[in-house]
Design a protein around this ligand. Sequence first.
Ligand code: ADP
Length: 462
Amino acid sequence: MKFCVSYIIIIAAVLLLLNTYPLLVSQDLVFRSKEATLQSSVSVMVYSLSGLEQLDEENVSAAMAVVEDTGLSRILVTDTAGKVLYDTRETGDALGEYVLYTEVVQALLGNDAFTCSYRDDAFRSRATSPVLYQNQIIGAVYAYEYDTEQAALLEGLQANLLRLSAVIAVVVLLLSGVLSVLLTQRIRSLLTAIRKVREGDYSHRAEITGKDEVAQIGQAFNSLSDRLETTEAARRRFVSDASHELKTPLAAIRLLADSILQTDNIDWETTREFVADIGQEVDRLSRITEDLLRLTRLDNGVMEQADAVDVLPILEQVMRMMSLVAQEKSVDLTYEAAEGCLVVGTRDEIHQVIYNLTDNAVKYSASGSSVQVSLHPVDGQAELKVADNGAGIPEEDLPRIFERFYRVDKARSRAAGGTGLGLAIVSDTIRRRGGTVEAANRPEGGAVFTVRWPLVEGGRSE
Ligand code: ADP
């Protein structure tokens, strides 16, 4: 609206200028040309009177008779007292009368005078000059011109300019009207789209036409809605998955508790067994909630103060811990690691990453198989590889393996005590520290996970 008003004000100012400035300039030009022609005519007359010693009616009309017709409306010649000695006006001439026009007085005082005015569709110009004899003023010549021709030209110009301005004004008004209606419509449709998305219809998109700024806003809004839609879908899936995951152990606890309560004469051995099962389910619940809390902290960007941490001692600690689990499963866990792999992070999170990957490798390997862990600096990065020769991961599941609650084999994962969040935590933690993680299948069978952290200056590079 503001834009429209200022636009109209500017156009109005331009039109006003168009209707005044050229007219003023042409008027001024006419004044100047009148001054030149009138004064030269007066000079001619003064020249023809200049030989006379004294002016009287006869010698003046004799001298004036020689002057060519100048086309002027009136010519007066007066003596020093302002008495008219010669007058070209045919009707009611002023012979013998005294004229005291300002221009005549000026001339009798010895000055040339010129005035011109534009009034009532005519230019009225007056010029006077003194008549001298031996440097003595002996009279004055007064010329008057009443010009309607130039005035008519000027008026024609004025009328044309007015017509032109009217056409411009109408075109501008029409054009700005049409443009503002179009713009308002497009902005309104954009506002409707924004309202719909705000109210929760995340699939709604703004209609985009053209390539101008409004279209660009529309595009920006649509890509924002795309992100909102994806985030919202992920959030919903996460909430539903999380509730489902929590529901399963809760249902199991309920079932076990009911069994104890409802079985008559239940023996102590069975009760112990059931209570132990309840304990396992509770452990699972706390593992899930712990993992969920960890993920929420990662989502909120709440990270502990990071330092340059050496990965090797942490790796050795995890290996010591895991070797017991591996032994129990008859899995051969081996590792080889280089020194000097300093990365940015905290001991806890690096521990968590190595632990989750090794735990999975052991968990998803059959007894008698082997798991190899290695740590090396490669191209300015610390590269951790955890390889096993278990069943591997089906190719179609590889891209989704790092999603929250995603499992290839739900039953197997649950049976092994998995929460489906381990890899999500690994990938989020590493990404937050500027690193990468990828999963692949080994040609000889089994899966291999590769983590790369940027090495800290001072760390060794091969
Ligand atoms: P879980 O708690 O189920 O192990 P993760 O997020 O750690 O959850 O892993 C997700 C899924 O990826 C697992 O359920 C499993 O199907 C698969 N997976 C992870 N590591 C391996 C591995 N080393 N070998 C085969 N499958 C694996």
